[in-house]
Design a protein around this ligand. Structure first.
Ligand SMILES: NC(=O)c1ccc[n+]([C@@H]2O[C@H](COP(=O)([O-])OP(=O)(O)OC[C@H]3O[C@@H](n4cnc5c(N)ncnc54)[C@H](OP(=O)(O)O)[C@@H]3O)[C@@H](O)[C@H]2O)c1
Length: 311
């Protein structure tokens, strides 16, 4: 992988749930992640207190060597859901993020696309964000492959590159109609391109929001195929004598060298277990069984990533 992000621990810490009202849980989450060797926090302007809480944590604890802050902006306002990738909105978002974080971002990702906006215009604004010192690097979340490629070429014309892509990639198959407009799932063509270019996909909701543990059901994961996947995961885990969530965690981290899960939990114990599981090669036979049963004709389970029609 060529990313300037430190992904030597193949997991990014998700911080969308960080709130000023839960300082103990936030401290424990960051401490658990750092202790495991993690160095990249994933935040966004749209995540409520998250950026301010991270900024407060940094002021209280001091800088951690090598800690990298990734944040995202340009998300539509949930009130009207209109695109917000114009120069004014992006500069406003990025400057606000840096003020909340208390320092520049190490990576700034566009949280959504606006397909009506030429990539050259977006690339000019991203160049400005870097020139103003608001971020060292840029990327995209929830962009189609065609638009991502076009943007990358426009960035390269301006002396920049994409540091990361962040799409959903999890075992629960998303329906083609997402829960929130503009969400994108990693599909096989996008994965192939990322492997060619060495750009990482930071998989959001990598544990499918707890769907396989029977919590936090997302409407987008409803359907017989995901019920089948959960049953197979449970069977395979039972045969291996491991927990289903352990097999799931290892699968999310072994799909490809360029696929890096974002992990998040309010429970430091669960976070520590997930971080250990996704690095545990003893889970590989169970992962291989899972893939073999779910996708017998496929190539290393890649078809499992494809979004599906409503069924
Ligand atoms: N770029 C984007 O558009 C985008 C979209 C969504 C998310 N994200 C990023 O991805 C991060 C992670 O998203 P996510 O929270 O949806 O990730 P996730 O890891 O798929 O799900 C975590 C949630 O599932 C629950 N969970 C997971 N495994 C469980 C288990 N075995 N038993 C009980 N509960 C379990 C957790 O509960 P507990 O907290 O109780 O452990 C937590 O609420 C976010 O924080 C954010 O940084 C980005």
């Amino acid at each position: 992988m060529r990313s300037s992000l430190d992904l030597s621990l193949p997991a990014v810490l998700g911080t969308a749930w960080f709130t000023a009202g839960a300082p103990g849980a936030v401290d424990a989450s960051i401490a658990t992640y750092l202790e495991a060797g993690g160095r990249v926090l994933d935040s966004a302007r749209i995540y409520g207190d998250s950026e301010a809480v991270i900024g407060g944590w940094l002021r209280a604890h001091g800088e951690v060597p090598g800690l990298q802050l990734l944040t995202k902006g340009g998300h539509p306002d949930p009130a009207d859901w209109l695109p917000r990738l114009d120069r004014g909105a992006l500069l406003h978002d990025a400057r606000t993020s840096v003020a909340k974080l208390g320092r520049p971002a190490d990576a700034y990702l566009l949280h959504r696309d606006d397909v009506g906006r030429p990539v050259a215009d977006v690339a000019d604004t991203l160049r400005t964000l870097v020139d103003e010192g608001l971020t060292s690097a840029v990327g995209v979340s929830n962009w189609s492959l065609d638009r991502t490629r076009e943007l990358r070429a426009a960035l390269q014309d301006r002396g920049l590159d994409l540091v990361a892509v962040s799409d959903y990639a999890g075992l629960a198959r998303p329906l083609s109609e997402p829960d929130f407009a503009g969400e994108e799932s990693l599909d096989a063509p996008t994965l192939g391109w990322l492997e060619e270019t060495g750009i990482p996909n930071l998989s959001w909701s990598s544990q499918s929001g707890g769907w396989f543990a029977g919590v936090h059901p997302r409407g987008q994961f409803a359907g017989a195929e995901n019920v089948r996947r959960r049953a197979v995961l449970e069977q395979v885990a039972e045969v291996a004598g491991r927990r289903p969530e352990s097999v799931l965690a290892r699968w999310t981290a072994t799909i490809s060298p360029v696929v890096v899960p974002i992990v998040a939990s309010r429970s430091p114990e669960r976070l520590a277990r997930t971080l250990a599981d996704l690095r545990d090669p003893a889970l590989d036979p169970a992962v291989a069984n899972l893939v073999a049963v779910l996708d017998p004709q496929g190539v290393a389970g890649r078809a499992l990533l494809e979004p599906g029609a409503v069924w």
